[in-house]
Design a binder for this molecule. Structure first.
Ligand SMILES: NC(=O)c1ccc[n+]([C@@H]2O[C@H](COP(=O)([O-])OP(=O)(O)OC[C@H]3O[C@@H](n4cnc5c(N)ncnc54)[C@H](OP(=O)(O)O)[C@@H]3O)[C@@H](O)[C@H]2O)c1
Length: 355
């Protein structure tokens, strides 16, 4: 039996914060013990939160008061989940790490620090070793681990096993992303209702940058050398769905590659979280569907167990001898943020980085 760990959720009223509150309220050994905010400080959680997710505000957190984002008030907290907005997150996370807290961040601010893991637990679990270097170099008692952009994860989770098992040449990705990806209140309705909103070159570029780092760290075994360079491009869009990023990817190969074999590799993909049977690890990180008209955002975004933790891949088709097409769907605030953060914490507990 594990010791119960007390977690603080920063940005607890935000769209990622509410998924942390929902998932941790049911967690076997990580409990939501401190809900932090900014504008909503001093009020009961259920009074201020916009519960834009499944179910009701859990009774475990409903009457908790939202408190300031202040490490001095968190003496009895064991770890920090930080879905804070870009810009606000960076210095706050550093302050917590300096004081000895393990910080799991969903924000972009530290994703490209060379000593900070950009962790997808099934793909690059060996990168947690960067924590040792980070603590030493910065003279910190705690540390920061980040999780990638939800959009990058939606493509990278299925691309990683393909990259690890075939001679991949490149991938061309088109995304159709939900509104919750932009936080609350997010995009003005007049920009997105009856519309498809291009997210622009900067968003395309950051998606590619993150997928490149994740793939370059993907290994079949811990000591495998880095694999071949690939050429990636993305075109990103937002539409008026609430949750779920839908991504169409054309993958090209350096040699003839059979779509059936690619489908098999995706279907059989498992990682360390599955071997370790971590509580938030879905049995299948990737669920492959064969119906021609699936995945669909409305029906498939909560796939897996825990719900929303599996990426659904469908429409795996041979385009020509060296090209396949596939579609993937990720629940952006669950697997792409809070669920991914909780799975990262479980891996860190298992590896002794969180005690
Ligand atoms: N949404 C997604 O699908 C997704 C996926 C992956 C990663 N992320 C990343 O996760 C982070 C949060 O996203 P979100 O969608 O949850 O945003 P959000 O809905 O806008 O929520 C932001 C939260 O942060 C709090 N906050 C704002 N400024 C603060 C400050 N200066 N100090 C302390 N707390 C502050 C707010 O608290 P009050 O309400 O109390 O003011 C609110 O709870 C972002 O960095 C985003 O890039 C989001």
């Amino acid at each position: 039996m594990r010791r119960t760990l007390k977690a603080a959720i920063l940005g607890a009223t935000g769209l990622v914060g509410i998924e942390y509150a929902r998932m941790l309220s049911q967690h076997p050994y990580i409990k939501p013990a401190y809900l932090a905010g900014k504008g909503s400080v001093g009020k009961p959680y259920e009074e201020v939160v916009r519960w834009q997710t499944a179910g009701q505000v859990p009774k475990e957190v409903a009457s908790m008061e939202v408190k300031p984002t202040d490490p001095k008030l968190m003496d009895d907290v064991d770890l920090i989940f930080s879905p804070l907005p870009q810009g606000a997150a960076g210095p706050v996370e550093e302050e917590f790490a300096k004081l000895g807290f393990p910080v799991i961040s969903n924000s972009p601010d530290h994703r490209f620090d060379p000593d900070v893991p950009l962790l997808v637990p099934e793909i690059n679990p060996h990168t947690v070793k960067l924590i040792d270097e980070q603590k030493k170099r910065r003279d910190w008692k705690g540390f920061i681990v980040t999780t990638p952009l939800c959009t990058a994860q939606g493509a990278a989770i299925p691309l990683a096993p393909i990259y690890m098992n075939f001679k991949m040449n490149g991938a061309f990705i088109t995304t159709i992303q939900s509104l919750s990806g932009a936080g609350y209140p997010g995009i003005p309705s007049l920009d997105v209702v009856d519309n498809i909103l291009p997210l622009g070159d900067a968003y395309d570029a950051k998606t590619i940058k993150e997928i490149t780092r994740i793939l370059s760290e993907a290994r079949r075994a811990v000591n495998d050398p880095p694999m071949q360079e690939v050429s990636l491009a993305a075109t990103t869009h937002r539409i008026a769905t609430i949750h779920g990023h839908y991504e169409v990817t054309y993958v090209t190969f350096k040699e003839d590659t059979d779509a059936g074999k690619v489908r098999e590799v995706l279907e059989n993909f498992r990682g360390e979280p599955q071997e370790l049977k971590l509580p938030t690890a879905p049995e299948k990180p990737i669920i492959v569907v064969d119906q021609d008209n699936r995945p669909q955002v409305y029906f498939d975004r909560w796939s897996g167990n825990p719900p929303g933790m599996s990426v659904v891949v469908g429409r795996v088709k041979q385009v020509n001898a060296r090209t396949i097409r596939m579609v993937s769907l990720i629940h952006n605030t669950v697997r792409g943020a809070a669920g991914g953060g909780i799975l990262a914490a479980e891996l860190l507990v298992e590896k002794g980085y969180i005690e």
